[in-house]
Design a protein around this ligand. Structure first.
Ligand SMILES: [Zn+2]
Ligand SMILES: [Zn+2]
Length: 161
């Protein structure tokens, strides 16, 4: 049995070694522009998977005694550093958070229709919803003033309060 199995094991080891040596040359760096973020992400994912595979292969080859300690540690360190860089790039570009949708502006306190409560602008004379008169009458001169006016525009009397 040994005479049959041994060549197979040797063949597998050498095939794996050849693949390991050639893979860095086969994996071409992908050139991409800023406008092609999806492609960059996919390329990085593939690179990450490839690096993890290389790390496992390096560890396996070290376990079966194919590489010496110094080579193993240097190669593995390079792979781990590159994998960490790829991971950082992948996780460092999250989708930008959407700004919160602006809600309706808060009603101005005190400036609303006394009949129906519809908010009214400070210059409004009539309610836009029910048509009720919103203006004030100056108690001193009888002149018309807007709901939000603080002083009579005719005589200057204070209208607040
Ligand atoms: Zn009204
Ligand atoms: Zn007045």
């Amino acid at each position: 049995m040994d005479t049959i199995i041994a060549p197979i094991i040797l063949f597998l080891i050498f095939t794996g070694a050849a693949y390991y040596v050639l893979e860095p040359f086969l994996a071409q760096p992908v050139m991409a522009t800023e406008n092609d973020r999806e492609t960059v992400g996919t390329a990085l994912e593939l690179r990450k998977i490839s690096l993890y595979k290389q790390i496992r292969e390096t560890e396996f080859e070290h376990e079966i005694g194919m590489t010496d300690q110094e080579d193993f540690e240097r190669t593995r360190k390079e792979l781990v550093v590159e994998a960490a860089g790829v991971l950082q790039t992948l996780e460092g570009s999250p989708a930008e958070p959407k700004p919160a949708a602006p809600g309706p502006p808060p009603p101005v306190p005190g400036l609303s229709c006394p009949d129906c409560g519809t908010p009214a602008g400070p210059e409004a004379r009539f309610c836009a919803d029910c048509g009720a008169a919103l203006g004030k009458v100056c108690p001193q001169c009888g002149g018309q003033a807007g709901l939000g006016d603080r002083f009579c525009s005719t005589c200057g009397r204070g209208l607040v309060g």
